[in-house]
Ligand binder design. Sequence first.
Ligand code: GLP
Length: 259
Amino acid sequence: MAEVVIVESEAEAGALVADEIARRVSARPDAVLGLATGSTPLPVYEALTSRLAGVNVSQVRGFALDEYVGLDPQHPESYRSVIHREVVVPLGLDADRVQVPDGRLAGIETAGDEYERAIRAAGGVDLQILGIGTDGHIGFNEPGSSFASLTRVKTLTAQTRADNARFFAHPDDVPRHCVTQGLGTILRAGHLVLLAFGQGKADAVAGAVEGPLTAMLPGSAIQLHPHATVIVDAAAASRLRLADYYRAAWRDKPDWQGL
Ligand code: GLP
């Protein structure tokens, strides 16, 4: 089962994850970070900016989870642009060492396989940051995604397109397809850190952490991972049956175990 940490605030969650990432980068300057987009990981990136100031990050590598298909890479809401703006620039990473799946139509047939090769060539992702969609998706692995899936093109659900419409001028502008790391890809990372905030994520979190393993709730795949940490605020934790147990386990956790 994933370790569940119930925090007071998004800032507390950001600080916890940023401390862990900073620790890893100090121990291994060419650490490979799995980067997520969306609103949820922003407190992590914010906290990380100060933690990494003065640390040599020139060797750090990064892989984004997903990208829209057919959106100009220069579009401000392409995940290439988002990762550049929210992660690469503030953290001072080397842009050439941070990859995002190639969602351009030319070559889309091979984009998934190429991304898998690139992740393997880097030795795999050390720590993967994850958010979760209201329908339980991680990356862009919509309900029905195979637990064995690798990076590939997927069709976005109407719900995900509606959720992401806030980033676009018009709901119809949200692309219909994406290229996303698969659940099988995500499960190969060394440590999964899934964050979720707010009541709107409570059902997805409960399904992912305590529900049955099912492709209908792709986030439940984290139950197959030997080192998965779920960091949630009280609202996102509100449907967890074992919330009191998670609070006690975190309170009594020996320091030496780390995150
Ligand atoms: C997006 C991304 C996911 C993200 C999720 C939740 O569509 N593809 O990686 O985790 O949906 O987004 P947010 O954090 O903004 O709620």
